[in-house]
Write a protein that binds this ligand. Structure first.
Ligand code: ADQ
Length: 468
């Protein structure tokens, strides 16, 4: 069986089952694939060294080999905080107002991608499949090709792909996109992002698009396809039925003393629409004074990317909005918004989701959004909560039975909150059943198997396919 080489910006070292600390569904799924394929996960350690040495730290944990490198301060500033998080992230989330086009960032991005290529190259053996993740490493495939790597290589982008009209604002966009065509497979979360990418290839590069999503470039065929990511359904639902989840659920329920609860769980990121969400909740309280003391919004938002100014701004903005709404509607024994800036172990999170009558997932733009799927998976099927979901999340294309909203419309979201809180049990059950089936059937294992199958490509024999 071919080995799998997974390459991403950061590496998540596998934890023993039941170990303390949170581990994301993606890490769980990739680790299980790596175990099956005797693979290696390569990336940045998250550590800083004074000067880059290229030293590879190889470790074996829980049957998975990880290989990491440390980066120097200038790398982190220009590649990670710079081009990845100040240029590509905002641009890919349609925020050209926040996009910084600093030339040094672009140079740092190429330098670090070259460092990744130099360091991972010796680990790649002729039959390995190479799977690169996300916007941090778009040119990595072409840099590896230049070093003689002939293996099948795939890229999966976890974010949206922006419309061509926005992308062309990026200096050297042609070079960036052309470098991606070194992969054999390019995967997106949804058809929408896929179509934006294909539109760029057609309009800006004049490439004909085959009906099956294949693009021909320099005599090679590249498969461009949507592979919607899911959650680790088995692990998450087991966790949701654990004692730890039940305890978290009961404690939270007791603390709200009969009030109905809405929950939001997001990294503190401007793409998640948190400011608009708070305003919508404020509007709901203003428009429905008879309910104002009967509902609570629990927003869990661990800070991320704190070195980037736009993230500091969103944090301040949310603190102001929380203070404003709580100041207006709290009384001595009650605050309407509980705003918590920390992470929780996944089982506790599952208990919190189940305790909430409404899941509020209202990003302004999101590649997929796994919180929406986790909320559905965590519900009690006999008495499920209602999911309010932004039409601009990738997951909206799959989760049709959620109450879909335009997160920019404060009125619409406020009215939808009212509708959700009043929804009869029968309708809640009907919607939940359909959503639950979709979350279960297209879970992260399905996603990973589909992608690896595509990565095998035409060369895959029935035997190798079956071994997936
Ligand atoms: P993110 O932007 O990080 O991911 P999302 O898909 O919602 O967004 O995943 C966040 C994950 O972090 C969820 O599993 C959630 O449970 C967890 N999380 C968030 N807050 C937490 C907290 N306080 N405590 C513990 N866990 C917390 C990017 C893209 C998405 C895409 C994913 C996967 O931006 O669009 O869905 O990658 O491809």
């Amino acid at each position: 069986m071919s080995r799998l080489i997974v390459i991403s910006n950061r590496v998540s070292v596998p934890k023993a089952a039941g170990a303390a600390g949170a581990q994301g569904g993606l890490a769980v799924a990739l680790n299980s694939a790596l175990r099956e394929h005797r693979g290696i996960w390569f990336g940045w350690s998250g550590q800083e060294v004074e000067e880059f040495t290229g030293h590879l730290d190889m470790q074996r944990n829980q049957g998975v080999t990880t290989a990491t490198i440390d980066l120097e301060p200038q790398d982190i500033e220009e590649y990670y905080n710079g081009y990845a998080n100040r240029t590509l992230w905002p641009l890919f989330h349609y925020r050209i107002d926040l996009t910084e086009y600093d030339r040094n960032f672009g140079e740092g991005y190429e330098r670090v991608n070259a460092r990744f290529a130099d360091s991972v190259r010796p680990l790649i053996e002729p039959d390995d499949l190479v799977w690169v993740h996300d916007y941090h490493l778009l040119p990595l495939g072409s840099l590896l090709r230049a070093k003689g790597v002939k293996n099948r290589m795939g890229l999966f982008l976890h974010t949206p792909w922006p419309p061509t009209r926005l992308l062309v604002s990026l200096p050297f966009h042609e070079r960036l996109v052309e470098s991606m065509l070194a992969y054999n497979v390019i995967g997106f979360q949804t058809e929408e992002w896929l179509n934006s990418f294909l539109h760029y290839l057609e309009k800006e590069m004049g490439l004909p698009i085959g009906e099956d999503g294949h693009v021909e470039y320099q005599g090679r065929k590249i498969l461009c396809k949507a592979f919607p990511i899911g959650i680790d359904f088995k692990e998450f639902t087991e966790g949701a039925n654990s004692d730890e989840a039940k305890e978290a659920h009961d404690k939270l329920k007791a603390s709200v003393r009969g009030r109905k609860m809405l929950i939001g769980v997001d990294r503190l990121d401007y793409s998640k629409g948190l400011g608009e969400r708070f305003e919508s909740f404020g509007r709901f309280l203003a428009d429905n004074p008879e309910q104002a003391s009967q509902v609570v919004l629990l927003q869990i938002a661990p800070p991320s990317r704190g070195d980037v100014a736009s993230y500091q701004q969103i944090r301040e903005d949310l603190e102001r909005k929380t203070g404003h709404i709580n100041g207006a509607y709290a009384d001595v024994a009650f605050v309407p918004i509980r705003y918590v800036n920390r992470g929780y172990p996944r089982r506790q999170l599952a208990g919190f989701y189940r305790a909430a009558e409404v899941g509020l997932v209202t990003p302004l733009r999101d590649g997929m959004n796994l919180v929406a799927k986790e909320y559905i998976a965590a519900q009690d099927p006999e008495d499920p909560g209602v999911l309010i979901l932004s039409q601009f999340a990738g997951s909206a294309l799959q989760l049709k039975d959620a109450l879909q909203v335009n997160p920019h419309s404060i009125e619409h979201v406020s009215e939808t909150i009212k509708l959700a809180l009043a929804m009869p049990l029968e309708e809640r059950r009907r919607r939940h059943e359909a959503l639950y089936d979709s979350v279960r059937d297209t879970d992260v294992v399905y996603w990973r198997e589909e992608f690896v199958r595509a990565l095998f490509g035409e060369e895959a024999t029935p035997d190798t396919r079956e071994s997936l």
